[in-house]
Ligand binder design. Structure first.
Ligand code: UD1
Length: 428
């Protein structure tokens, strides 16, 4: 199993380019199921999760080609199966994103129930509730979601637009309904819709494919269903930049007292995070498609609370916690999205961090002198936090189970090396 061997401490300096967003690429790949015409995507990141989604679609009969780096062409004109099997869904919860498109185009789907993951229970009840409200019949049997829309004579049944009000903001839930609504009969209004930039990107792709969507990126999205969607046509859809990856490299710059510029980054998608970096005393400059962080002076403790977009992203909480171990004073980080998302706290403590978890909050006292040690990654963003800590820890830090990291960060070792870090991928 791969591990990272990091030698610290280092000061990072230089420029790194963010990839297309994992969380926008996964729904975009799933959206290809909505049409029998080719969908061409650019800026598709080279990640384990993207390969898993491509594999899942391939198993359904979708042809997936990668004619050039970052480009993917998906053709779902010959779908032979509407099933998402346990073995794949188990490794990637985002597989649930095929449910809405399959139901909308084929009137049926059989998708393994994702189950929990390290950071919490993460049910999909809201996805199912919404699709049922649109006329789907859903039964959960033997670990599988069986969903179908009643046929009309010999024709495939169609979902019906309605008003869906999500009691909790859900990103993939909103995307599933968006996909389902695009081919439904009539108008669907999604209230308390997730406002994440990746949802807006999915809506943009759908619009390119001929869907009628307004309000994406706000709390109310309206979709007027159409009978069929086209592909992307002559020019590809470009996946939005990955704000979480960008934020992670900016945090790496800040924690090492370095000077790091992330290009292909949209500052407006990262405002709350950049504001927290500024409050911590880091210099942050955003100019036309790039964000630069410079942290020459001592950082100060800052409190944050995760929240749905545009709040502080839960996917940057672990990295920010790592940063706070090096800040002067006591910071309190409250996690409101997932119930068990402080697994990194215990591992960071093994490196010498002073961090205490009290229910949904982590209290960090800094600055702590970190000493290299073997640590184990528990999930994607926790792994990133351990790598950041390794950059400032004295001596060797071995981060084990780096496969979690590879799910969401393309070639992180190479990119960190380019910024001056000593990071090696080893077998361990
Ligand atoms: C997406 C992101 C993930 C991010 C998360 C929150 C993708 C592929 N993944 O995950 O990186 O951490 O948003 O920003 O885009 N919930 C329910 N019932 C449901 C659905 C959700 O109770 O049916 C709860 C969840 O347990 C969680 C909260 O709602 O507490 C938000 O989860 P949600 O936005 O759905 O997360 P994902 O879409 O799975």
């Amino acid at each position: 199993m791969d591990a990272f061997l990091i030698k610290g401490p280092v000061r990072l300096a230089g420029t790194v380019r963010a990839s297309g967003a994992k969380n926008a690429a996964l729904p975009a790949l799933a959206a290809s199921l909505l049409t029998d015409a080719p969908v061409t995507l650019d800026e598709v990141p080279d990640l384990a999760d993207v390969r898993t989604m491509a594999h899942l679609l391939g198993g359904m009969g979708v042809s997936v080609e990668r004619p050039a780096p970052g480009r993917m062409v998906l053709d779902a004109s010959r779908v032979t199966s509407t099933e998402a099997p346990y073995d794949l869904v188990r490794t990637m919860r985002a597989s649930i994103l095929v449910l809405g498109p399959l139901l909308a185009r084929f009137g049926e789907a059989r998708v393994s129930l994702p189950g929990g993951c390290a950071i919490g229970v993460r049910p999909v009840d809201l996805h199912l509730m919404a699709l049922e409200a649109m006329g789907a019949r859903i039964a959960v049997e033997k670990g599988y979601i069986h969903a179908h829309v009643s046929r009309v004579g010999r024709a495939t049944g169609r979902l019906t637009g309605t008003t869906i009000r999500f009691p909790t903001s859900t990103v993939t839930g909103t995307e599933n309904v968006l996909f389902a609504a695009a081919l439904a009969r009539g108008t669907t209004v999604i209230e308390n819709a997730a406002r994440e930039p990746e949802v807006a990107d999915s809506a943009l792709l759908l619009t390119r494919m001929g869907a009628r969507v307004t309000g994406a990126g706000t709390g109310t999205i309206t979709v007027e269903g159409v009978e069929r969607l086209s592909g992307t046509g002559a020019s590809p859809h470009e996946i939005v930049p990955d704000r979480i990856e960008a934020g992670t490299y900016l945090a790496a710059g800040a924690i090492t007292g370095g000077d790091v510029t992330v290009t292909h980054a949209r500052a407006r998608d990262l405002e709350t995070f950049l504001d927290a970096l500024r409050r911590a005393g880091a210099g942050v400059e955003a100019t036309g498609g790039a964000v630069r962080v410079s942290a020459s002076r001592e950082l100060e403790a800052v409190d944050i609370e995760t929240a749905p977009h545009p709040g502080f992203p839960t996917d940057l909480q672990a990295q920010f916690l790592a940063l706070m171990t090096q800040a002067q004073g006591t910071s309190r980080l409250v996690e409101t999205i997932f119930e068990n998302r402080f697994l990194h706290a215990v591992e960071l403590a093994r490196l010498g961090a002073d961090v205490r978890v009290e229910g949904r909050a982590a209290v960090v006292r800094g600055p702590a002198r970190l000493e290299g040690a073997p640590v184990t990654a528990s999930d994607l963003r926790a792994s990133a936090a351990l790598v950041l800590a390794g950059l400032v820890a004295w001596g060797e830090t071995r981060v084990r189970r780096i496969y979690h990291l590879d799910r969401g960060y393309a070639a992180m070792d190479e990119r960190l090396r380019a910024l001056g870090a000593s990071v090696e991928r080893i077998d361990g």
